[in-house]
Design a protein around this ligand. Structure first.
Ligand code: MG
Length: 158
């Protein structure tokens, strides 16, 4: 088994859509980013890369590359999942979102389902937790959104 961890944070600004796990969760405030700023998928990508020894999201998809301008997090996940094919099976993904508002609870099942689609299996155990920061710090002040991910991979044919 191999385990990987990922973290991401973006500043929240008006006039962008907030994407989490490939789902629109707010139309008024969104993550300031070169890509679509989906912290949950970015953390997931880094966790997958960490477990498989594949590097990190910033190296593979640099924010200076015009190809990734406004790129959906889905694209990064799809590319990394492709790179695992035939080598690693995704066993489990445990995800945490840190967001003051809106409450992630209303989107939990939609996000979980979308992440399962992106990982291209119904059989992966995907768990999604959401925390507020109890009003503390930049996330508590609704100036930022963050996410953590941890995944477990099993090698295929080794
Ligand atoms: Mg990011």
């Amino acid at each position: 088994m191999a385990v990987g961890i990922g973290f991401d944070i973006h500043r929240l600004v008006p006039g962008r859509r907030l994407m989490l796990g490939g789902i629109v969760v707010d139309e008024r405030f969104g993550a300031l980013a070169h890509s679509d700023g989906d912290v949950l998928l970015h953390a997931l990508v880094d966790a997958l890369l960490g477990a498989s020894g594949g590097g990190d999201i910033g190296t593979l998809f640099p924010d200076t590359d015009p190809r990734w301008k406004d790129a959906a997090g889905d694209v990064f996940v799809a590319k990394v999942v492709d790179s695992l094919r035939g080598r690693w099976m995704i066993v489990n993904a445990d995800l945490v979102v840190f967001l003051e508002q809106p409450k992630v609870e209303a989107f939990r099942e939609a996000i979980r389902r979308r992440v399962a689609e992106l990982l291209r299996t119904e059989f992966v155990k995907i768990n999604l937790k959401a925390k507020t920061m109890e009003g503390l710090g930049p996330i508590g002040a609704r100036e930022a959104v963050a996410a953590q991910a941890i995944v477990e991979l099993a090698p295929i044919g080794k």
